[in-house]
Design a binder for this molecule. Structure first.
Ligand code: NAP
Length: 304
């Protein structure tokens, strides 16, 4: 069984930054990631709010990974299934091993929430998607819709408009909830239509998506709109299931932390959009990761 100073769970921006900082402070660090490096930003086509020039998530993730490995962090591809406390050890169980670490940083990120309407679950992968960058090209020349009025919905509508014939943003609110720069772009885009005060009642289709059933909330009328693709961006759910009741969560299911990213359990820290009050931005996730790493280093130093 490995015995190390720090295990970092998740290799998104928060986890990668935490791994780099902790390794540079001299800790032995293993980062465990179940997919690929980069987390949510891996699918981002254009990151415009980090460096003066835009870059893609597919470019940024590997750069942060390279930086963490150069600092001395080790990475393993595995699925973390649970954490337990055993005296001074934080026992991290994965699908293939148990890692004994003196401290842990949970940076497992979040997953897009489902809309929860009839037809959605059955048609996932058959026209229903949460990733325009991954699936947008399947809808070249077709009509699609995006559900939600936040940054994700608008960002992804712009990606889809590069492929689709027509993109309808369907939002239940009376105004969009996104950054002004994105609102201006979708509003000016010739292929994008915005349907406000509109709720999706059902996603229709047998083998594949054929239409959405919509309710105009102002008039209380319902109607079907034919579409081939439905892209759902109605917020994020924190990936905390593997923690069980170990650490305190808020009402949204996100991990409660203090300003040093300490959770309710000593020696367990949380960083990125898995933690309560995260603004879910790349730069904030990096800040959380650095803070958590330094807090973990101080925690271990106090016990040395
Ligand atoms: P979000 O900001 O939570 O927005 C979710 C949207 O979905 C809201 O418009 C919300 O409308 C709507 N919604 C929620 N539940 C719904 C339901 N059951 N039915 C219909 N609509 C529903 O989520 P997000 O857009 O995924 O963004 C998450 C975080 O990532 C944010 O902090 C965002 O700033 C960040 N982000 C940033 C960028 C960027 O910087 N370029 C890109 C993507 C994401 P209501 O207001 O009516 O609830």
């Amino acid at each position: 069984m490995r015995e190390i100073d720090l295990v970092v769970i998740g290799a998104g921006v928060a986890g990668l930054t935490a791994a780099t900082h902790a390794a540079r402070y001299g800790l032995t660090v293993v980062a465990v990631e179940r997919m690929g490096v980069g987390g949510q930003i891996a699918a981002a086509e254009r990151i415009e709010n980090f460096l003066p020039h835009a870059l893609s998530g597919a470019e940024l993730g590997p750069l942060l990974h390279e930086q963490a490995e150069a600092a001395g962090a080790e990475f393993i591809l595995d699925d973390v299934t649970g954490i337990a406390v055993d005296g001074d050890w934080r026992m991290v169980a994965t699908a293939t091993e148990t890692i004994k670490a003196r401290a842990a940083i949970v940076a497992a990120g979040s997953t897009p929430r489902p809309l929860g309407v009839p037809g959605e679950a059955a048609l996932i992968g058959r026209g229903v998607s949460h990733c325009a960058s991954c699936d947008g090209h399947f809808f070249a020349g077709q009509d699609v819709c995006v559900i939600g009025g936040g940054d994700s919905a608008l960002d992804e509508a712009l990606v889809l408009a590069e492929h689709a014939a027509h993109v309808t943003i369907i939002h239940r609110g009376t105004t969009l909830d996104a950054q002004r720069v994105l609102i201006d772009r979708v509003t000016a885009h010739g292929k994008i239509e915005i349907a406000l005060s509109t709720a999706v009642e059902a996603i229709l289709g047998d083998d594949r998506v054929a239409a959405v059933n919509l309710r105009n909330l102002a008039t209380a009328t319902t109607y079907d709109r034919p579409v081939k693709g439905v892209f759902v961006y109605v917020g994020l759910a924190a990936n905390t299931a593997f923690l069980g009741p170990l650490v305190a969560l808020d009402a949204n299911g996100q991990i409660e932390t203090d300003r040093m990213m300490r959770t309710s359990v000593p020696g367990i820290f949380a960083a990125g959009d898995i933690r309560a009050h995260s603004v879910a931005q790349l730069t904030a996730a990096a800040g959380d990761g650095a803070t958590a790493a330094i807090a973990a280093w101080r925690y271990l130093k106090a016990r040395a």
